[in-house]
Design a protein around this ligand. Structure first.
Ligand code: IYR
Length: 224
């Protein structure tokens, strides 16, 4: 396919509006917390669809959009994912993780038990597509290499977390390790590899979070 550009739709904002939007977005995002105590209460599902629509607007290597968002709401599937994740996490916490790693996690209060995987009303399991398929004019199907897959999916997941938070929902970025069981449980094709599991819902009444401080912008930003 050749390069055939079209005009950019772009609305230039007045500077006060730019400042106000940037401040409001940063303040709202600073209120995002990773939540581990979920309420089982249902959520409006179209919010999930719109959040995934926002996420899938992310930039991607060669515009290949190498992601699949599997929304798991079925109790039995959630139960199987939890059982497999807890089995792996048990091995990790009981020996696979170094003392240094366990010490780094201690302030977060995590352990091998993952009740959020069955309590939260939905899990979004994000898969990265290592390669894709192209249908050729002669009717054959060919493997197409994808570029910058982890970067692309990481950006999309960031946008997903942002969209869900701004819509009033709580999330947890959960990376059971190893995650290979997810492709099997969810019947995904061989070109997809699980990237992250995101329980989504309302926080439980009285949900608690670790007492963490974030780095300030002066700690993370350098001007030159
Ligand atoms: N995947 C494990 C361990 C874990 C690792 C990191 I790095 C975290 O920031 C949090 C947890 C678990 O889910 O418990």
């Amino acid at each position: 396919m050749s390069y055939r550009p079209v005009p950019l739709p772009f609305e230039r904002l007045p500077e006060p509006e730019m400042r106000a939007r940037a401040r409001a977005y940063a303040d709202a995002m600073q209120r995002r917390r990773t939540v581990r105590d979920f309420s089982p209460e249902p959520i409006p599902e179209e919010v999930l669809v719109d959040a995934i629509r926002a996420a899938s607007s992310a930039p991607s290597g060669a515009h290949q959009q190498p992601w699949t968002f599997v929304v798991v709401s079925d109790a039995e599937l959630k139960r199987r994912i939890r059982a497999a994740a807890e089995q792996e996490e048990h091995k990790s916490y009981a020996g696979r993780m170094s003392d240094e790693w366990l010490a780094a996690l201690a302030p977060l209060g995590t352990d091998e038990h993952k009740p959020h995987l069955t309590v939260a009303p939905h899990l979004i399991v994000v898969f990265a597509q290592a390669w894709g398929w192209r249908d050729e004019p002669d009717g054959t199907r060919r493997r197409v290499k994808h570029y910058y897959v982890d970067e692309s999916v990481g950006i999309a997941v960031g946008m997903l977390l942002s969209a869900l938070h701004l819509a009033g929902l709580a999330t947890l970025t959960h990376t059971p390790s190893p995650m290979a069981f997810l492709r099997e449980v969810l019947g995904r094709p061989e070109n997809e590899r699980a990237y992250v599991v995101i329980p989504v819902g309302y926080p439980a009444d009285g949900a608690q979070v670790p007492d963490l401080r974030r780095k300030g912008v002066e700690d993370v930003m350098i001007r030159m």
